[in-house]
Write a protein that binds this ligand. Structure first.
Ligand code: GLN
Length: 292
């Protein structure tokens, strides 16, 4: 693609790029154009808006073109930038981790609800994040709970390296540790709060996902087995062992999975609360306790 115009300015380039993204069926065309141009030029958003009449030179246009070509192949902006904001924390992302989604903030909200309702905010809560990836859930919770201690697990050591880096970046590394294991195998527990966004896409549905997800998120973070529920089964099997008395487990749900996940958690001897919806009105977080 070339954005060459007779007199390319910041504003005309931004418009042309947004238009090419729109034509390619990219939903967030305007925002993506802004973010990628700002990144290519090393300027911030306010400069981009304020200096619309600034002329761009050939080198700058090339830098923008190179990023635009990646986005037109449906590489997510977060992957091109190498960062994604989650719960107001800027997190590094690499090909080893899922890009954290706004939907997942519903799990943070549900967890904080439980903590605040039970008056536990200033307690030395022991938190476990199963399949932590970039560390998004664990670090968001530690950033809100000043005395809590956290453990993040992941089967991918490359993912754990990203999570560790993010913990350091936000000054949280003294309160967390990371363990390479499948689900929580070998972890002693107990934990007061367990969160997880497990892989939950049914194997056969992976091909139907948006290319941004299918072609760029690590398959291991998406593939939940033949019915998408393998991750929940593994968590259910370990939950009673891992939860402290009065503790809570909160899992993210894929769209339409509430009934099936509720059934399998109940069968494992757990008590399941009403689901919490995400901003799109989809049941997104299930909160679970051990039946007394
Ligand atoms: N939210 C991802 C999707 O686009 C799936 C993430 C997961 O499997 N936990 O479907």
């Amino acid at each position: 693609m070339t954005l060459a115009a007779a007199t390319p300015t910041l504003a005309s380039t931004r418009q042309a790029l947004a238009e090419s993204f729109r034509k390619a069926g990219i939903d967030s065309a305007e925002a993506d154009a802004r973010l990628l141009i700002a990144h290519a030029l090393g300027i911030d958003r306010s400069e981009l808006i304020a200096n619309g009449t600034r002329m761009l030179n050939a080198r700058e246009m090339q830098a923008i073109d190179a990023l635009a070509a990646r986005r037109l192949k449906h590489e997510p902006v977060a992957r091109i930038l190498g960062t994604k904001e989650f719960w107001s924390l800027m997190l590094d992302v690499t090909p080893a981790v899922l890009v954290p989604r706004p939907d997942t903030e519903t799990v943070v909200e549900a967890a904080l609800d439980f903590v605040v309702r039970d008056g536990l905010r200033m307690q030395r809560l022991r938190i476990l994040d199963i399949g932590t990836g970039s560390g998004a859930l664990l670090l968001a919770l530690l950033s809100e709970l000043p005395d809590a201690l956290g453990t993040g697990t992941d089967i991918s050591t490359a993912a754990l390296a990203v999570a560790r880096g993010n913990a350091e970046r936000h000054g949280l590394s003294s309160r967390c540790s990371f363990v390479a294991c499948d689900i929580a195998a070998g972890l002693p527990g107990p934990f007061d709060l367990i969160v997880s966004n497990p892989p939950y896409v049914a194997h056969g549905d992976i091909a139907t996902l948006a290319p941004e997800v299918r072609d760029y998120d690590p398959i291991i973070a998406l593939d939940g087995g033949s019915d998408g529920l393998d991750g929940y089964r593994a968590i259910a099997a370990d939950a009673r062992r891992l939860l402290a008395p009065g503790g809570r487990l909160i899992v993210e749900l894929g769209a339409g999975q509430e009934d099936a996940v509720r059934a399998l958690l109940t069968k494992a001897g757990l008590t399941v609360d009403k689901a919490r919806d995400d901003l799109g009105g989809i049941a997104r977080a299930l909160s679970v306790t051990v039946a007394p």
